[in-house]
Write a protein that binds this ligand. Structure first.
Ligand code: PLP
Length: 426
């Protein structure tokens, strides 16, 4: 198998053979896929096997692989030069487009990864408020920079001092407070306590996507908005996954919340490395060169990536785009929900629009401690079963799966059949 051979060679020259840990397939106990190409809803590995893809580059590909509109736009730009380190018109065009679509965003700065976007958002918040503490939520992921790489406690509000990773200086995370997602009472009382007055920002995935798909409970986001206003902290929505995924207005449009800052990524780059932080002018103008908060990037606003993003956004604006996407997701999900209801299967499926997770083990996931019920061996079996059948889902038990506009009815039905059969035979 070429995949195995390439992986073996990769392990010699790259740590764990990969450039991002989950690609190693460690949690599903297999040698990883080495992909060769993608088209529409399919990816093909170097051994010629095809898979219907529900990872879609971790949600970046809302239009599927190698969409011809994106390919054309990017190739045209590459032919004119790929990077200048000087401003280009396309940056203004995509900035204006996003400002026009997201009412809370008056100004925006582009960066190259979601990690950079959330890191920059925290710096802006600290610069703007003159405060140092940051509140994040258990089970949420905002990229791999130090301040937010803090492991959650088990659902109890706590001042968390243990980092998720070695190499994170305890001093850096001393100002990071980890609270339980979806616990309206605890979070509210923390923000109302004396400690609330030291908080520069609360950063939240409004729909959690990194503990699998976990929607906010009623009133949680509204409480965050009201209480951050009351205590003088900024509310940062990390919409790296949800931005333009759950609708043109993102999660903030869906739930009617007006955050101070928003982080974008994934979809706005159409499969290219683009992310951004945007928000109210008064806050964004803290950034250099206008203000004293420094942020910069050699490849920020990289023209081919900007073109890919702009082209993607204009497709999403077409009438009926999100309705059709929702229909596709429902076509896959409904039969699975039905069989889950009928069978006494240990699991649940949670969905918002075209993002969803079939959790194996828990019957409901609202908070990070609910993930303690995950059945990892069962997930490994499930992953390998689907893989054998030519279906690729994210290779970890608590990730979001993504439907793209490129998924065909035939492939959605086939996937639903396979999953229902697995549940039926459990
Ligand atoms: C919500 C969220 N924020 C931030 C990030 C970090 O983005 P990146 O991997 O582009 O650095 C991710 C990555 O998956 C994410 O899901």
């Amino acid at each position: 198998m070429r995949s195995e051979e390439i992986y073996r060679k990769s392990c010699v020259v790259m740590p764990g053979g990969v450039n991002s840990p989950v690609r190693s397939f460690k949690s599903v106990g297999m040698s990883p896929m080495i992909v060769e190409s993608g088209a529409g809803d399919l990816i093909r590995d170097v051994d010629g096997r095809e898979f219907i893809d529900y990872c879609n580059s971790w949600g970046a590909l809302l239009l599927g692989h190698a969409d011809e509109r994106i390919v054309r736009a990017v190739c045209q730009q590459v032919a004119k030069g790929s990077s200048f380190g000087i401003s280009t018109e396309v940056e203004e065009q995509i900035a204006s487009k996003i400002v026009g679509l997201i009412p809370s965003v008056e100004k925006i700065r582009f960066v190259s990864s979601g990690t950079e976007a959330t890191m920059t958002a925290l710096r802006i918040a600290r610069g703007f408020t003159g405060r140092s503490k940051i509140v994040k939520f258990a089970g949420q992921y905002h990229g791999h920079h130090d301040s937010l790489l803090v492991q959650a406690g088990s659902g109890v509000a706590c001042l968390n001092t243990s980092a998720t990773s070695l190499g994170v200086n305890p001093g850096v995370i001393a100002d990071t407070i980890c609270l339980p997602f979806n616990d309206v009472e605890k979070v509210c009382s923390f923000l109302r306590s004396r400690a609330g007055a030291e908080v520069a920002a609360v950063i939240v995935e409004p729909i959690a996507g990194n503990m699998g798909v976990v929607p906010p409970v009623n009133g949680f986001l509204q409480m965050l908005r009201e209480e951050t206003k009351r205590c003088g902290a900024l509310l940062i929505f990390d919409e790296v996954i949800t931005g333009f995924r759950v609708g043109l207005g993102g999660a903030q449009g869906l739930y009617g919340i007006d955050p101070d800052l928003t982080c974008f990524g994934k979809v706005i780059g159409g499969g290219f490395p683009v992310a951004a932080v945007g928000g109210k002018s008064a806050i964004m103008d803290c950034l250099a060169p206008l203000g004293q908060v420094y942020q910069a990037g050699t490849l920020s606003g990289n023209p081919p990536s900007m073109r890919a993003g702009l082209e993607t956004l204009s497709v999403l604006e077409q009438a009926g785009f999100y309705e059709k996407l929702q229909q596709k997701a429902d076509r896959l999900i409904k039969p699975i929900q039905e069989v889950l209801k009928k069978k006494n299967f240990p699991g649940c499926l949670q969905q918002v629009g075209s993002m969803f997770t079939l959790f194996l083990g828990p019957l409901k996931v609202e908070r990070s401690e609910d993930l303690n019920a995950l059945d990892y061996p069962l997930f490994g079996r499930f992953f390998r079963y689907l893989y054998e059948k030519g279906i690729y889902i994210p290779p970890a038990a608590q990730e979001s799966w993504f439907v793209s506009s490129a998924h065909t009815d035939e492939h959605l039905d086939y996937t639903a059949d396979c999953i229902c059969k697995f549940i039926d035979e459990y």
